[in-house]
Design a protein around this ligand. Structure first.
Ligand code: ATP
Ligand code: MG
Length: 272
């Protein structure tokens, strides 16, 4: 396909880009540092941002920096997660057969975590992704994980990850106060600016290991304008534009090609 046309060895804008090839702008680097500090201090952290801004990628990057000898990271991302499945999901990740009743499964999990901390001397980090889609009961269950020694100590790092509405439509309201009051750190991932969008594209082309000067400056302006600097949308627009360019046998992408693609090839309503 277009990879051969542009003499690339990797697909540049694919989802499975290795963490070592991620584009790390300074705010993302700072978010990584704060996250690491937070999990090391067993904090309760909330990560929010618009769809496609890199929240799950931030967690993927975090996981890759933690050594398996010292940390266990449990990760759940299920929009239909109920309190019962919350416990079984975590127990399954620890390789255990969950008890049937929720209360039993909860005790079972607490005992296991106690062993991991006390006997194996590992830090536990529990991440709940897509949290904006979860109901209050499940979020409450998550914060119960912090109740340890009569709520006087934090036994693990907890990270709630969700789209901006996690704050706007849930956490800021009174009936979420018990959760909100326990939050130690809030990390907000913003969109990329124009300069970062250019570097983001360049970093993906470097990863692809082909020709790098494919997009003109004006083409990058156009990508930025049509995607608002959202990484997922940049990936989609760039990928479709590269396909279009290769069909047209053009090795240089200009702003007209990006415009053509955003007007004709992107699904309407998808943010582009
Ligand atoms: N720093 C980055 N470097 C390289 N690629 C990135 C980066 N951030 C995000 N991406 C890419 O953008 C896409 C969207 O990122 P991600 O899935 O992390 O967004 P999200 O904020 O979790 O979105 P959602 O709210 O829909 O879950 C992914 O394909 C990811 O590979
Ligand atoms: Mg995500």
């Amino acid at each position: 396909m277009y990879e051969a046309f542009f003499e690339m060895t990797n697909t540049p804008f694919a989802k499975n880009i290795p963490v070592t090839s991620l584009y790390i702008p300074s705010f993302f680097d700072e978010a990584q540092g704060r996250l690491l500090y937070g999990v090391d201090h067993n904090q309760f952290i909330v990560v929010t941002g618009d769809p496609g801004c890199g929240k799950s990628t931030l967690i993927r990057a975090l996981k890759s920096t933690l050594s398996g000898e010292d940390y266990i990271l449990l990760y759940l991302a299920d929009s239909k997660l109920t309190p019962r499945w919350f416990y079984s999901g975590l127990l399954n990740q620890l390789g255990l057969q969950p008890r049937f009743y929720r209360g039993d499964a909860k005790n079972q999990l607490q005992r296991e975590l106690e062993i991991i901390r006390g006997v194996q001397h590992k830090k536990v980090i529990c991440v709940l992704d897509e949290a904006h889609l979860l109901d209050r009961d499940t979020l409450e269950e998550f914060r119960f994980m912090l109740n340890y020694k009569y709520d006087s100590e934090s036994p693990m790092g907890l990270i709630l990850v969700g789209q901006t509405e996690l704050w706007d439509q849930k956490l800021r309201y009174q009936n979420y106060a018990a959760i909100r009051q326990r939050i130690d750190m809030n990390i907000v991932l913003r969109h990329l600016d124009r300069a970062e969008t250019g570097r983001y594209i360049d970093s993906h082309l470097t990863y692809a290991d082909g020709k790098r000067d494919i997009f003109t400056d004006r083409a990058i302006d156009e990508v930025f304008k049509s995607t608002n600097g959202i990484p997922r949308m940049i990936n989609r627009v760039c990928e479709k534009t590269l396909m279009y360019a290769s069909q047209q046998q053009k090795r240089l992408v200009d702003e007209h090609m990006v415009q053509y693609v955003t007007e004709h090839e992107m699904l309407k309503g998808g943010g582009v």
